[in-house]
Every structure is written in C-alpha cells, then in structure tokens.
Ligand binder design. Structure first.
Ligand SMILES: Nc1ncnc2c1ncn2[C@@H]1O[C@H](COP(=O)(O)OP(=O)(O)OP(=O)(O)O)[C@@H](O)[C@H]1O
Ligand SMILES: [Mg+2]
Length: 279
C-alpha cells in the first residue's frame, strides 16, 4: 500500500492544522515520552501501561500519566479504584502530586484521568500549559514519564505531545491507522519542528509484516515531509493482550513470556540503550 499525500491534504485535520504556530512553548520534559497515534483504538493505552511496567522492571522510577483528556481509561484497563484523579487538579481542588497513585502490582506511579469529562477535553490552552508546567516539575522526581495521549490531533494532544522529549507514534497495518499516523506526524512536524518521532508498529501479524508497515509509513514521511522517523519496535498481535485487559491486569504480570510482552520489554530496553532518548 502507498500513502498518497494529495488524499491526506483533503483531510479535515490538515485543513485545520495551523501552519507554523507555536503556542508558548513549554519546557521539554527531558524524560517524557508521549504515546500518540492519530487513529483511536490502535493500542496506545495498553502499550503505555505495558511500557511503564517494563521500564519499572528495569529499575526506572516511572510515572504513567493519563493524557487522554476525554476518554481516560488507564484505571479501567488496570481495574483501579483511584480516589483522586486529574479532574480534581483541573478543578483546582488538588495539586498534581496529590493525585499520584502507586500501582503496587507494577511498581510504578499513575496519574489517572477522568473519563467523559468534557471539562478536561476542552480545557483552555492556558490551563493546559499550567498543567504541563506542573507535570514538568513533578517529572524531576522520576526517571521516565509516559504520557498516554488520546486519539486525534486536537490541540490538547498536540500541546502535551509537544512537551515530550520523544513522541512514540503507534500505528497498525490498517490503512486508516497509517493515514492518521501520517497526519499526526505531519501536524506535529509543522507545529513542533524539533519533535523527535519514533514509530511503534502494533498488532503486527509477524515481525516481517510489521517491518513492511513501518517502511510504508517511513516512505510517506520521507517523500512528503523529508523526515525519517526511526522504528522503535514492532509488537506482535497476541490474543493474550485482550485476555489481560479483560482481566484488568498488566500483561507483564499475567503472561510475562507472551510475544506482546516480550516485544514491549525489548522496546523498553531499546529506549534505555538510547540513553537520553536522543534519536
Ligand atoms: N498487540 C496486540 N495484540 C492484540 N490486540 C491488541 C494489541 N494491542 C492492542 N490490542 C487491542 O486493541 C484494543 C484497543 O487498545 P487500547 O484501548 O490500548 O487502544 P487506544 O489506542 O488506547 O484506544 P483509544 O484511542 O480509544 O484511547 C485493546 O482492547 C486490545 O484488545
Ligand atoms: Mg487509550
């Protein structure tokens, strides 16, 4: 399959995309990774949780932040009953560090979102920037922060992703996933030219097929955007992912030797080998 630029130019998101605006740029969180995709349902939340668990098992003090401001669901995938979440921070009742929840079974920290809260999804830019700055401050207590982003290319997604040192774009072999990932990369590249984008191919039928999916996306990025985002890793499609989610537990606890868990652990190791996340 090839990706056609003209077709993408027609997409609503691209028409709405600002050419080169830069909202008051936030300090980049040196240890922050944003997990984004454009298209929904490709596995961002599951991957973010599993990556946080993998990093903590590699002795990284890790915080997982639910940046899906409209449909937060890290707590659902892990079956958590958190007392306080981002909703209380946005309403001004609590500060960010007061809503940190320690997930014992994975030995990492979580800031849960609040699902279905239009207030969070439509938070004004100024509030988002304050939240971003608070997060930057909190980030100094951690080795790694993972931001699980919502689908789409709306402003909150762009602003939070733009804060991260590196953006992991998750993509599957579905054509709509590829076009949406491309649209996301294009918008981020225009708006935040310094973004470091890495690609993660999820739900691959095999490593070879995953490689082909990567090459399709890479070619579009290279031809039309003149960038070559590296492949961070391929995660195989694995029935144990669904099983773990249904049982509201991390796959690393339930099926540590499954292909999908192994693939994410390999990605975590690669990130650490990259040192300062700098490629
Ligand atoms: N490697 C995989 N193998 C098999 N199924 C997978 C894999 N990764 C994700 N899935 C499936 O994809 C579904 C969606 O995952 P998830 O909720 O993490 O996606 P998402 O990108 O966060 O969605 P949203 O955009 O709505 O936030 C999961 O319920 C799971 O069944
Ligand atoms: Mg999600």
């Amino acid at each position: 399959m090839s990706l056609k630029e003209e077709k993408m130019e027609d997409s609503e998101e691209l028409k709405l995309a600002p050419k080169s605006i830069s909202p008051r740029s936030l300090h980049k969180g040196k240890n922050m990774l944003a997990v984004a995709s454009g298209k929904g349902g490709v596995g961002k939340t599951w991957f973010s949780i599993t990556l946080a668990h993998a990093l903590s098992s590699l002795r990284q003090k890790t915080l997982l932040f639910d940046g899906d401001l409209g449909l937060a669901n890290i707590d659902i995938q892990l079956g958590l009953m958190v007392k306080n979440d981002l909703g209380s921070v946005v309403s001004g009742a609590l500060s960010l560090n007061q809503v940190v929840y320690h997930y014992d079974k994975g030995n990492f920290d979580i800031i849960a979102g609040r699902s279905g809260s239009a207030g969070l999804a439509s938070m004004p830019v100024g509030r988002l920037q304050i939240l971003g700055e608070d997060l930057n401050l909190l980030a100094t207590n951690y080795d790694k922060i993972i931001l699980d982003m919502g689908a789409g290319v709306e402003k909150p997604v762009r602003i939070l992703s733009g804060m991260a040192e590196k953006i992991l774009v998750v993509c599957t072999d579905e054509p709509t996933s590829l076009t949406d990932a491309y649209a996301f990369i294009k918008i981020m590249t225009l708006q935040y030219p310094k973004s470091k984008i890495n690609l993660v191919i999820n739900q691959a039928n095999s490593l070879r097929e995953g490689q082909r999916t990567y090459e399709t996306l890479l070619k579009a990025c290279n031809n039309f955007l003149k960038i070559n985002p590296p492949l961070l890793g391929i995660i195989r499609r694995d029935t144990r992912v669904r099983d773990s989610i249904r049982n509201q537990t991390s796959i690393i606890n339930r099926y540590p030797a499954s292909e999908a868990a192994e693939d994410v652990i390999a990605i975590a190791k690669r990130l650490l080998a990259d040192g300062q996340f700098n490629n």
